[in-house]
Every structure is written in C-alpha cells, then in structure tokens.
Design a binder for this molecule. Structure first.
Ligand SMILES: O=P(O)(O)OC[C@H]1O[C@](O)(COP(=O)(O)O)[C@@H](O)[C@@H]1O
Ligand SMILES: [Mg+2]
Ligand SMILES: [Mg+2]
Length: 338
C-alpha cells in the first residue's frame, strides 16, 4: 500500500470534518518544528548542543541548552503562521502572545519543548509534548487564565519521540495515530492508525528510588506487583523506567504497560512532579484515545479544573485494568470505596 504522509492524513481528517483548516495547518507547523528539533538533538556531542544552558526556568529547574533551543524553534515556527493567539511553554513563566505584526488565529498551543532533558547528555530518547486548545471568544491577548481549560476541551494533543527513529503520535479525539519520520523523504509517514493499548499488562514504569516517600496505597499496589506470582496478584510483573515520559508512554502505546508518577512526601507540597497543562493532559488524551486510562490515582486527569499554567499533578496512565486497580486502592485508602 502507498505510504500516507502526515499532510495526506490531515487532508483526510479535514474531508471527514474532524479538523478545520486552521488546526490542520497548526499541526503541520508543529510537526515541521519538531523535525528541526530532531536535527538539533541528533547533532550530539559534536554539535555544541549538549550540556547546561546556565539558566533556570520558572520552576527552578536548570535548563539544558536543548531545552532552550527546542523552545525557540517551537516559538519561532508558530509565531507567524496565523493559527495561534498565544503559546505557553514549560520554559516560560507566562504565555507568549503572537506579535502584533503577525496574523492571529483562534488556537492556544502549550508545549513541553524537550521532555526528559536530563537524558539528553547520555544519548537516551527525549521528546516534545504538545496540547492545542481553543482561544476563548473575544480574547485577543490571551493570559494564563485563558489556558486553564479542562483536558476534555483539548482539540488535539501529540508528542514526538527523538529516539532511534523520530516518531509523532497524534490525536484529534478520534483515535490515536503514529507517524514515523522518513529522513530521506523528509516527511512524517503514517505507521499505525487507531492504536489500541492492551487492557491488561505485566509491565510497569515508576521511579523506584522514591518508594519510601510514597503514600500507603501506592506502597501496597507496587508491593503486590513486586511479590509476583507468589503474591496476591498471582503473576510476575516486569519493570521498565526510561525517565523520559515520552519514551515511557511510547512503550505503553506500543506494547501496553502502566506509568506512574505518584504523589510522594518530597513533592506533596507541589502537588506532584508532572505538569498538567503540557505533560499530563496531552498524554491522558492520547492514552484514553488509544483505549487506556489516565488518573491522578483518585480522579480522571482530563476532568480536573486546572488552577495554574505550571500546576503539577500525580499521573497514573496506561493499560486500563491496572490503572483501575491502582486507583481503586487509593480510593479505598481515602474511604471513598468499600
Ligand atoms: O528522574 P525523575 O525525577 O524521577 O523525573 C523523571 C520525569 O521527569 C521528566 O523528565 C520531566 O520532564 P522535563 O524533562 O520536561 O522536566 C519526565 O519526562 C520524567 O518522567
Ligand atoms: Mg517533561
Ligand atoms: Mg521539558
């Protein structure tokens, strides 16, 4: 069968009435920017892109050179296209409006320009995560409050993994689809349509070094997985942890599994580790559209009302049945379930 490019796929989606012209163009612009980020990450140690930028972001995290480069690539690509009213990023305290000299569109774009950036210097997969919202009517200069929409209102979400292959995973709310970058042709090509995450799994991803800080229901759940076939779950479980959320989620999108970044005593005052607007919400949308589940351990992520652009939440996502078990244990511990 003839390969289907991202552009052909977007045309099909437009014909089917699932996206409008502005949104499909926006996705094409984001995908093109991510190709530039892939080129930058590929330069590695001889390209002068590794190491610290010597600056910090709003969240007090040291920025890598590639965090800054990726942020600039996405901002520049999206500034003049006419699809956006404003952008917001992990790397910027406030949203960036589209400059007055450029045409404005009806969309808001949020991104984590480089996810897993602590892995970049050791040549492990990193990625970009993005989410698209509608700009509220009548707002010409969107502020942070205009981005604070529930995950259920997302018009599109996606991520790109810069790994052995560069892969884009995308949803408009009608299934989750994967595109692989054909470097010779220079375009993303449809590699999997309507991805389905198996409901059951024997593989989990979590940073085990935080175990002693977790809440009791998380201790119970992981403890039972570790007990294997002699424990209450009656089977052995395997563990994988890349520490790049994009790569961990991509494994789950490919062969099933579950990913947890739960609350723990060290991060409790912050509300969690991962950020709702540009990490948890887009990943939850992608995973749900692939038949998986995504909760905070207590509530569906997509139903949360965000209160801050850089707000953090606990994240449980992946194969539905396992996410239900882990969430159930938390609700039982809270006394919400019998
Ligand atoms: O190593 P830790 O502290 O457990 O954190 C790992 C998590 O942090 C992240 O790297 C956060 O993303 P950024 O690199 O965009 O800040 C996730 O990708 C990953 O799951
Ligand atoms: Mg991240
Ligand atoms: Mg990041």
């Amino acid at each position: 069968m003839k390969p289907i490019s991202l552009i052909q796929f977007l045309i099909e989606e437009r014909r089917a009435g699932r996206v409008n012209a502005e949104l499909s163009l926006l996705i094409e612009v984001v995908a093109r920017a991510c190709k530039r980020i892939a080129v930058a990450t590929n330069k590695g140690a001889i390209g002068g892109v590794l190491g610290e930028a010597g600056t910090g972001n709003i969240q007090g995290e040291a920025q890598k050179k590639l965090d800054v480069i990726s942020n600039e690539i996405l901002l520049e690509a999206n500034a003049w296209g006419g699809q956006l009213a404003a952008c917001a990023s992990e790397e910027m305290e406030d949203p960036q409006p589209i400059p007055d000299m450029y045409p404005k569109g009806n969309h808001l774009l949020l991104f984590d320009p480089l996810d897993g950036s602590s892995n970049i210097d050791v040549n492990i997969s990193v990625g970009t995560i993005f989410s698209v919202l509608r700009c509220p009517d009548g707002i010409s200069e969107p502020k942070a409050e205009h981005f604070l929409q529930k995950g259920t209102t997302q018009l599109a979400a996606g991520y790109v993994v810069y790994g052995p292959a560069t892969v884009l995973v995308l949803t408009f709310g009608h299934g989750t689809h994967e595109f692989t970058l054909d470097r010779e042709v220079g375009s993303f090509t449809l590699s999997r349509r309507d991805i389905l995450i198996p409901e059951e799994t024997g593989e989990f991803a979590i940073n085990m070094s935080n175990q002693r800080h977790w809440e009791p229901p998380m201790q119970r759940y992981i403890g039972e997985l570790l007990a294997g076939k002699d424990g209450p779950r009656g089977r052995d479980f395997n563990m994988r942890w890349v520490a790049s959320m994009v790569a961990d989620v991509h494994r789950i999108i490919t062969r099933g599994g579950v990913f947890f970044y739960p609350l723990d005593a060290k991060i409790k005052s912050k509300g969690g580790k991962l950020r709702i607007m540009y990490e948890a919400n887009p990943m939850a949308f992608i995973v749900e559209q692939a038949g998986g589940a995504a909760t905070t351990g207590r509530e569906r992520i997509l139903d949360l009302q965000p209160t801050g652009l850089h707000q953090r939440v606990p994240v449980f996502l992946g194969s539905k049945k396992e996410i239900e078990v882990a969430t159930h244990y938390h609700l039982v511990a809270d006394g919400a379930h019998g």
